[in-house]
Design a protein around this ligand. Structure first.
Ligand code: LMR
Length: 336
């Protein structure tokens, strides 16, 4: 009992009320929010909107410090840092939770499962999305919401018109077993690399190709070192906005409410920025002429879908067959 009380008091002093300096003026609670996207990227804009709302909703009792561009931590390190409490908030890609043993997150990587962001919203805004976020808790993490990036294009220095064009190519991927299986199904050789290392690996020829939504290709200048890209839209990239669990639980309830509201209210803005930035990035990259973009014909698209179809069955056990079935039913039930 005494221990519990003591740790409660300690928690309130370290996180809950900010710290009081000797003059009695209370200092704000600092939340370090680290991520790997560029400062001009939509993830940064979403984070900035969250910061403004969070500081307003908590009446200045919280101060959000933003650290974009992997300046504090790269992909794998940032999740470890969050679990250790070295940073309080992150927004990693949903494709990066598998190595923590959270395989359900990789369901978002199943090729051609989601057709558009309305399909996504049916999951991320509903009970299934909440259940997936709840799986974070035993890992010392609380999930506050989902943010979109968009659908991925595939790139290389040779044209990628049909699936076989990837045969034998080394392709940079995120740390998701489903994406690994997707590349294997195409005959490519997947290589997991941190986002911050992707450009260098492409430009030095360590890898031949990659996948990402247009905004990431543009912001990371990958288009400068990839001569060809195909608008396959084969997979989705999205984010979970997450916080260290113990830090979160030690916060006063009204502060938690303010932060939750801030994530919720920043989400439509973050998603709209993502959609706009992906479109603008395509236009800007086409204008430079550095990458030749190919939009598949209906027939070519069928060939990509056929080549990637086996991934769903092969990965069902990994992401959870029941989860996969529920998602399929939710999405397909909503289609006319
Ligand atoms: C990637 O590693 O390709 C992406 O997850 C980066 C990001 O956060 O958009």
């Amino acid at each position: 009992m005494r221990r519990t009380l003591l740790s409660l008091v300690a928690a309130i002093f370290t996180a809950g009320s900010g710290s009081a300096d000797p003059s009695g003026v209370s200092q704000p609670i600092i939340i370090k929010f680290s991520h790997v996207a560029a400062p001009q990227a939509h993830k940064s804009k979403g984070a900035e909107r969250f910061k403004a709302l969070a500081e307003t909703y908590t009446g200045g009792r919280v101060r959000i410090e933003l650290y974009p561009n992997s300046q504090l931590y790269k992909d794998k390190e940032e999740l470890e840092a969050l679990q250790l409490g070295a940073v309080e908030m992150l927004a990693p890609s949903l494709s990066k939770f598998g190595p923590l043993g959270l395989k359900a997150f990789e369901v978002f990587d199943i090729p051609y499962l989601f057709r558009d962001t309305s399909d996504l919203a049916r999951i991320t805004d509903g009970p299934i999305g909440r259940e997936i976020l709840q799986q974070l808790e035993p890992k010392g993490i609380v999930g506050l919401g989902y943010w979109n990036n968009g659908f991925k294009i595939l790139s290389a220095n040779t044209p990628l018109i049909k699936p076989d064009d990837l045969l034998g190519l080394k392709v940079r991927i995120q740390s998701s077993r489903v994406i690994e299986e997707q590349m294997t199904a195409l005959g490519a050789l997947p290589q997991v690399l941190a986002f911050s290392e992707a450009y260098q690996a492409l430009s030095s020829g360590v890898v031949d190709g990659t996948e990402n939504p247009p905004a990431n290709f543009y912001n990371q200048k990958m288009f400068e070192v990839q001569q060809h890209a195909t608008v396959t839209n084969h997979g989705f990239l999205g984010y979970a906005v997450i916080v260290n669990r113990d830090f979160w639980k030690a916060l006063p309830a009204d502060i938690r409410d303010g932060l939750e509201r801030a994530v919720h209210d920043a989400t439509p803005f973050a998603n709209a920025e993502a959609a706009k930035e992906n479109e603008d990035a395509m236009t800007a990259m086409r204008e430079t002429g550095k990458t030749a973009f190919h939009v598949p014909t209906a027939q070519e698209r069928e060939a990509w879908e056929a080549a990637l179809k086996p991934v769903r069955a092969r990965m069902a056990d990994r992401v959870g067959p029941d989860l996969l079935r529920r998602i399929e039913a939710e999405i397909e039930g909503a289609r006319p």
